[in-house]
Write a protein that binds this ligand. Structure first.
Ligand code: NAD
Length: 489
């Protein structure tokens, strides 16, 4: 038995003990996970520093803070989310108990990516634990140090039989994918997403694919360009551009291109100093393979700002490219690095046309003071998420579903969406063995009269609250009648 097979078998066996079905047990596991983040910040931050050159504050800000918030949200709401959900009934089922009973799926495989290694690996795990599943956790091998820390720390804090960590690269992931899971939750690029889906199809395993793509950013010439560029500069160059929802490229009218370049340049200086290479808040490209990939995109473009680089340090300066054409290399795939191309367009119509020519992106950004522009952009395009006048922050709202559409992903998560995604929402109906007469209309011989009754009973839903109120009213009338008869007459 391979190491991967053993981990899956262990998780399945632990799931079959039934201990993860107890909501109290799940809450305790989440509390332990919460402790990991309060007690082990130093180890977490040291590894992220080595992997991506993030500061300790940066690591908390962009990785663990959101996780702590997510865990608290689950601890607070889990009992309610896991409880049976009563639903509206039709007249035929009026006297029955009809409800949705969320139940665990079984063993979930969580495959993480390297760019925000804690955020994208642990968030799905929180959902898996909360929904009562076992989960095999496979961190990305690309973030070497973080993957090791996860392998060391998770078993200290949470049930290591129910939630084993498997480290390794492509061969190990592929060996995992040969095993049978009840759900696969993958975060990474769209090419590998297809490999995951193909492997899952062999077992008819459902998948959630959190993928990437080129997220466009349209700047309306009438907006406050200075504020827009400040928010875009932050969204683009955080984590050295290696953010799945980073604005990938800017679309704007030629008349504002120079102004946009100047404002972005000003913000780069303000955020990362004159020399971002020595600025502690500026990250690094994850490895030399990705460094070469990003640098190759610069070949046929005009650099307006930045461009400095150092392969030995995986450093690429925050860079802006001007007058970029849709055919340019930088426009052929998701950049996932600190290059910001500006594509001049004649206005909103051309911007929408250009966006719709590409695959559906993970995020779409529009900066405009005009609601009509914002609404047109929203209604005439499609994307995983949509944001007006800011970047990235929709990720932090747990009440919003986070996920892609089309090439940018399948399924969504965060907060209750994670819980529902990793649960089976079982439809339940409990009837009493009484009132058999009501059922006559469904038994043969089928007649038009019975069909008429069936139409009446099935096509009418019941508002239980209203019926309840009516019943109370009726009871009051009966009591009042009795009182009148006994005492008043
Ligand atoms: P990666 O290289 O770390 O790969 C992700 C996982 O896939 C790893 O665990 C790896 O072991 C596994 N893997 C890689 N190749 C494989 C193969 N051939 N067969 C089986 N498994 C394989 O991450 P990446 O793909 O470079 O991540 C960057 C991409 O992820 C970007 O496109 C980014 O937009 C996207 N992303 C999306 C989100 C989101 O929430 N939607 C978040 C982060 C990153």
């Amino acid at each position: 038995m391979s190491r991967e097979q053993q981990a899956v078998a262990r998780a399945r066996k632990a799931f079959e003990t039934g201990r993860s079905k107890s909501v109290e047990y799940r809450i305790n596991q989440l509390k332990s996970l919460q402790r990991l983040f309060s007690e082990r910040q130093k180890e977490i931050a040291a590894a992220i520093k080595k992997d991506l050159n993030k500061t300790e504050v940066g690591a908390q800000f962009y990785e663990t803070l959101g996780l702590e918030g997510e865990i608290s949200l689950f601890i607070k709401n889990l009992k309610e989310w896991a409880a049976p959900r009563h639903v509206k009934k039709n007249l035929l089922t009026m006297s029955d108990t009809v409800y949705i009973h969320p139940e665990p799926l079984g063993v979930v495989l969580v495959i993480g990516a390297w760019n925000y290694p804690w955020a994208v690996t642990i968030r799905p795990l929180i959902g898996a634990i909360a929904a009562g599943n076992a989960a095999v956790v496979k961190p990305s091998e690309v973030c070497v140090h973080t993957s090791k820390v996860m392998e060391d720390l998770l078993p200290i804090y949470i049930d290591k039989e129910l939630y084993p960590v498997v480290t390794g690269g492509v061969p190990e992931t592929q060996e995992l994918l040969r095993q049978k899971f009840d759900h696969i939750f993958y975060t990474g690029n769209s090419t590998v997403g297809k490999v995951i889906m193909e492997a899952a199809a062999k077992h008819l395993t459902p998948v959630t694919l959190e993928l990437g793509g080129k997220s466009p950013c349209y700047i309306d010439k009438n907006c406050d360009i200075s504020i827009a560029c400040r928010r875009i500069t932050w969204g683009k160059y955080s984590n050295c551009g290696q953010t799945c929802i980073a604005p990938d490229y800017i679309l704007c009218e030629p008349s504002i291109q120079n102004r946009v370049i100047e404002e972005v340049k000003k913000c780069i200086k303000e955020f990362y100093t004159d020399n971002p290479k020595t600025c502690p808040d500026y990250g690094r490209i994850i490895n030399q393979r990705h460094f070469k990939r990003v640098m190759a995109m610069l070949e046929d473009s005009n650099i307006a700002v930045g461009g400095e680089n150092d392969e030995s340090d995986c450093y690429i300066a925050p860079t802006v490219l001007r007058d970029v054409k849709p055919e340019a290399k930088v426009m052929q795939e998701e950049i996932f690095g600190p290059l910001l191309p500006i594509l001049p367009v004649s206005g909103l119509d051309e911007a929408i046309k250009l966006i719709n020519k590409g695959e559906k992106p993970l995020a779409l950004y529009v900066f405009s003071p005009d609601n009509k522009v914002i609404e047109r952009m929203r209604d005439e395009t499609s994307s995983g998420g949509f944001l007006a006048n800011d970047c990235l922050v929709h990720y932090s709202v747990s009440a919003l579903p986070f996920g892609g559409v089309g090439n940018s992903g399948i399924g969504c998560y965060h907060g209750k969406f994670s819980f529902d995604r990793l649960s089976h929402l079982r439809g339940c109906l409990v009837k009493k063995l009484k009132m058999e007469g009501v059922n006559d209309m469904r038994y043969p011989p089928h007649t038009l009269k019975k069909l008429g009754w069936a139409r009446f009973f099935i096509l009418n839903t019941v508002d239980v609250g209203w019926v309840g109120r009516m019943a109370l009213l009726a009871a009051l009338v009966v009591v009042a009648a009795a009182v009148i008869q006994n005492y008043l007459l």
